[in-house]
Write a protein that binds this ligand. Structure first.
Ligand code: SF4
Length: 354
């Protein structure tokens, strides 16, 4: 595996007006706060967290759609271009995005074959015959038959539309695919098909994939690694199987405990019935303009310690690949609610709900 994408201390600020009064001074909203991550070719990294935690902002910066406020991003060893020049366009060819809403991502006035061919025409790749052959190949690879080539997006089902969006992304043969909630707008029965197709394409093409989702079932199914975000920061990162079965951060545990099971149960599967219950977080996520001092999660944390209110936890490596930012792991305090070794969190497979 070779290192493809690297972000170092990436931050993105927005100036926003905190009140509607005419003379209100703009305040800084830190949507992404000093995030560092790496992604290898052929690897899938899941990015999870509540809405508004900065997942999509980070993804847009990683593929050069949004400039950073500070920090550095490199793709295949080259800095990501902020200016939209010829070099930016050449880089973007290798980084494609699959969006949440396929109908919004497609042009309703164009037939689907023309839409999939369009990136080749814009990037001036190959002659007309080569473009037609590449378009057919991309559509075939996502299971869209010739009978649908002449249709418009509104004439397709949700699952077919998302396949067309995937074909449009894959026709340029990218090295990196960023999927922003690619199945959240689809029916449950279609979700499993699209996820399996993505997984199969990712393996056959050795694609690196950044997979944004709030659905942990999907993340467990498709991702090698997972990064959990809270208010613009990564608070836990490591192998998906490990984190989703034995989380180290209270917020990750709360997210997992909210996953519903096919039998209606939630939360921990252990001998202690208390641990089977959902971990209910009190309060709403704080306003990102007024991030709490110390650990940003402390007003909602069920295991909060005195120092959490004043000291921000630093990243601690629990092993070579698993990191967490929480005082429970930086000192001698007990892991108040964590499952014991013979207990684990169970996330039902996505097929179970399909
Ligand atoms: Fe909870 Fe403290 Fe850990 Fe933050 S640092 S998650 S408040 S225990």
């Amino acid at each position: 595996m070779t290192l493809l994408l690297k972000a170092t201390q990436v931050t993105r600020n927005f100036n926003v007006k905190a009140s509607k009064t005419w003379f209100a001074k703009p305040r800084v909203l830190r949507a992404v706060n000093q995030i560092s991550l790496e992604l290898n070719s052929g690897q899938t990294l899941g990015l999870v967290g509540e809405s508004g935690c900065g997942k999509s902002t980070l993804a847009r910066m990683l593929i050069g759609l949004l400039p950073t406020s500070s920090g550095e991003i490199t793709f295949a060893g080259q800095p990501i271009q902020a200016k939209r020049n010829a070099h930016w366009r050449a880089q973007r060819r290798d980084m494609q995005m699959v969006y949440q809403d396929p109908l919004a991502a497609l042009d309703r006035r164009l037939k689907i074959f023309d839409q999939v061919q369009e990136p080749l025409v814009i990037q001036k790749i190959g002659d007309r015959a080569a473009q037609l052959a590449a378009t057919r190949e991309a559509l075939e690879s996502v299971g869209i038959g010739q009978d649908l080539y002449g249709r418009y997006p509104h004439e397709l089902s949700g699952g077919q539309r998302q396949r067309v969006v995937m074909a449009r992304a894959l026709v340029l043969k990218p090295q990196l695919l960023v999927c922003d909630e690619p199945v959240s707008a689809l029916d449950l029965s279609i979700q499993a098909q699209v996820i399996n197709l993505l997984s199969q394409l990712q393996k056959s093409r050795n694609l690196a994939m950044l997979f944004i989702s709030h659905d942990l079932r999907v993340v467990r199914h498709i991702c090698d690694d997972v990064a959990v975000m809270y208010l613009g920061k990564i608070i836990e990162q490591g192998p998906a199987n490990k984190i989703l079965s034995n989380p180290a951060h209270p917020y990750t545990a709360a997210l997992i405990s909210a996953v519903s099971h096919p039998n209606g149960a939630r939360g921990f599967h252990g001998t202690d019935s208390k641990l089977r219950k959902r971990i209910l977080l009190t309060g709403e996520p704080p306003n990102p303009i007024d991030i709490p001092t110390g650990c940003a999660f402390h007003p909602r944390c069920p295991s909060v310690l005195a120092r959490c209110k004043t000291q921000a936890p630093v990243k601690t490596m629990l092993d070579a690949r698993h990191s967490v930012a929480c005082h429970l792991h930086s000192g001698t305090a007990p892991l108040a609610y964590m499952p014991s070794a013979n207990e684990s969190l169970l996330i039902p497979p996505i097929e179970a709900l399909a």
